[in-house]
Design a protein around this ligand. Structure first.
Ligand SMILES: Nc1ncnc2c1ncn2[C@@H]1O[C@H](COP(=O)(O)OP(=O)(O)OP(=O)(O)O)[C@@H](O)[C@H]1O
Ligand SMILES: [Mg+2]
Length: 602
């Protein structure tokens, strides 16, 4: 969360300019709103003038036709005021929503292209909060600025009118103005401070929600609902506290403004009333004056309000443009060589890698070569860096030292998308999208025909169970869809990889808890997938090791030995130990397990 404060150096003016730049595609709409605003502004003083005229001229002269005319004029002015106000508010707010849409689009577009390490260090809930909440504040920026300007115009018009009506009275009622300005500034600062706090608290709540719901199984398995309850309670409470503070300051500021305007009204009534009684002022002047004064404090209140909104918008803008503009939040580096998929060889040369923010390196100088058509198995104790090593190939991470060369060129020279499209990555953690089975299998393709999908599913041994699902290939799976077993999920991801038809396959074998039957099926599916492809397999199965051309043994981020199964058994004590621990029981799978003595047949 350190990032939250980093961008303040960019300054308010930058934030405001950047927020307003989002309105530039909607120049016409903004222009309409501004014109409506300009037409609206003089109506407030005009109403006051008309009232003065009615009181002093029409009523005094007992002129009935003129009164009728004036009432019609008054009604027309009020209708116009409504129309212009509607135009301005509606057009401006609608534009605000479009800006919101654009900003969300840009944020999503940028975030989804950020490199993997970014997702490791920021919480997903925080990112969601940016896209959902922070932008809302930003879209208020321009409407508030326009409101601000409009109210200043209105203010000038009204002040001009009161001075013209009676300079002496105007002087006394305007003396209080600076007193009114001071709270505007003071409260603005407070509201902004709490606005910023609120957004960050809100993202705190989102983080807990996101984490709890996606980890619900663990929470339940450990019966830890109470602990999560307390965690959420804490976040929820501090959010509410901040919002209540914000409401407090924003409300107090409005009421202070009310007091100020009431005090000014009373003063005017006192001084002005005396002047009317003394005959220095007509009753019409006083009425018009009071009407102006009532309307005068309205713009001051609105200025106050739009100032608060601008402040909140700036607080949101800081968080949004922190992602959009910060030089530290960079998209993935891209090369410009197109990888055509003709895999020749890949060479790791003294590759060293440390996870960001991690004190110990995960890879401490790995060198190895894989040639076309080979099957390379990687074995090693847990935490030895196997997954880390294969994650460097699609460039989820880039090594800090050493190089990875593909067909003689550094990986970084290739265009990322062309590289990734030619890699098949099947990892332990399967993920299915909330789409149909067919769409999930064909995720690598924009267009596909059904026979291809079925072929892939057959090769992955998924066809049969897919047909048994309620709507076959059209069944929705993934979040919110039909629940399927772990082994079925794996077979769907294998079908997805087959459909992608990658020349280089990277397989992080599940240390799986699948039963022997589905294990055998998944294994056969994988065998089909590896057929005729170059593959790098993090091996947990004996059969994979036995069929590998070469086995690399890793320990603590280094390659300690490599060779065939027989060679390694003879030369590498670590391999022998791993083999005994992981694979040896699998050597005699044919022997039936002795029946459990405590489980009599029913
Ligand atoms: N995202 C990460 N951030 C920081 N450190 C990490 C991250 N992922 C892994 N590590 C660390 O890097 C080292 C190597 O991890 P890696 O996942 O590559 O091991 P592995 O050989 O695949 O283990 P396993 O067989 O258990 O899957 C470990 O010490 C681990 O703690
Ligand atoms: Mg791993």
């Amino acid at each position: 969360m350190a990032r939250d404060t980093k961008l303040h150096y960019m300054g308010n003016r930058y934030m405001l300019r950047r927020s307003i730049s989002y309105f530039s595609p909607y120049k016409l709409r903004v222009a309409i709103a501004i014109v409506a605003m300009l037409l609206y502004a003089p109506i407030a003083p005009a109403l006051a003038w008309l009232t003065k005229y009615v009181t002093d001229q029409v009523l005094m002269a007992r002129d009935m036709p003129a009164l009728k005319l004036c009432i019609i004029g008054l009604a027309a002015l009020i209708v116009l005021k409504g129309v212009f106000q509607f135009m301005q508010v509606y057009v401006m707010n609608a534009t605000g929503i479009l800006v919101l849409r654009d900003m969300r689009r840009d944020l999503f577009r940028k975030i989804i292209r950020l490199p993997m390490p970014f997702f490791a260090e920021s919480e997903v809930g925080m990112l969601m909060s940016r896209i959902v909440n922070d932008v809302v504040a930003v879209r208020q920026c321009l409407p508030s600025v326009i409101m601000f300007v409009r109210q200043i115009f209105t203010l000038i018009g009204l002040i001009g009118t009161v001075i013209y009506l009676d300079a002496y009275l105007a002087f006394w009622s305007l003396v209080v103005m600076p007193v009114a300005l001071y709270p505007i500034i003071w409260f603005g600062k407070k509201v902004r401070k709490y606005g910023r706090k609120m957004q960050s608290e809100l993202s705190g709540v989102n983080v807990v929600l996101e984490e709890s719901f996606s980890g619900i199984k663990v929470i339940k398995a450990f019966a830890n609902e109470l602990r999560e309850d307390l965690r959420f309670k804490a976040e929820n409470e501090s959010l509410s506290k901040v919002i209540i503070r914000q409401i407090f300051y924003s409300e107090v500021s409005s009421r202070v403004m009310d007091f100020v305007s009431a005090a000014a009204g009373a003063t005017v009534l006192w001084i002005g009333g005396s002047r009317v009684i003394q005959g220095d002022l007509t009753p019409g002047d006083l009425t018009a004056f009071l009407i102006c004064l009532v309307q005068l404090y309205e713009p001051i209140k609105k200025i106050n309000m739009s100032n608060n909104q601008i402040q909140q918008g700036l607080a949101g803008a800081e968080r949004v443009f922190d992602i959009l503009d910060s030089p530290e939040v960079r998209m993935e580096d891209d090369g410009d060589v197109e990888f055509d998929g003709a895999f020749d060889e890949m060479v790791f040369d003294d590759v060293r890698f440390t996870y960001p923010g991690c004190p110990v390196p995960a890879l401490r100088g790995v060198s190895l070569t894989i040639r076309a058509g080979q099957r390379l198995a990687i074995v090693g104790p847990s935490g030895s860096g196997k997954t880390t090593l294969v994650n460097l190939i699609p460039r989820f991470y880039d090594p800090q030292e050493g190089s990875i060369r593909l067909n003689g060129l550094p990986l970084t020279d290739y265009r990322l998308a062309s590289l990734r499209l030619k890699l098949g990555l099947v990892s332990q953690d399967t993920f299915l999208f909330n789409e149909t089975v067919a769409d999930n299998i064909a995720y690598a393709r924009d267009s596909f025909d059904r026979t291809e999908v079925e072929e892939a599913a057959r090769a992955a041994y998924a066809h049969e169970f897919i047909l048994e699902m309620p709507e076959g290939y059209e069944t929705m799976v993934g979040e919110g869809g039909v629940k399927i077993s772990g082994g079925q999920k794996q077979r769907l991801t294998i079908a997805r990889a087959i459909m992608k038809n990658p020349p280089l396959l990277i397989l992080d074998e599940a240390t799986s808890a699948l039963d022997t039957e589905s294990e055998r099926v998944v294994q056969q599916a994988l065998e089909n997938l590896m057929q005729g492809r170059t593959s790098i397999v993090i091996a947990h199965r004996l059969s994979t090791i036995l069929t590998a051309d070469r086995i690399v043994v890793m320990e603590k981020g280094r390659v300690v030995d490599s060779g065939t199964h027989a060679e390694l058994l003879a030369s590498c004590p670590l391999y022998e130990r791993l083999y005994q621990m992981q694979f040896e029981d699998a050597v005699q799978p044919a022997e039936p397990a002795p029946a459990a003595p405590t489980c009599p047949n029913p």
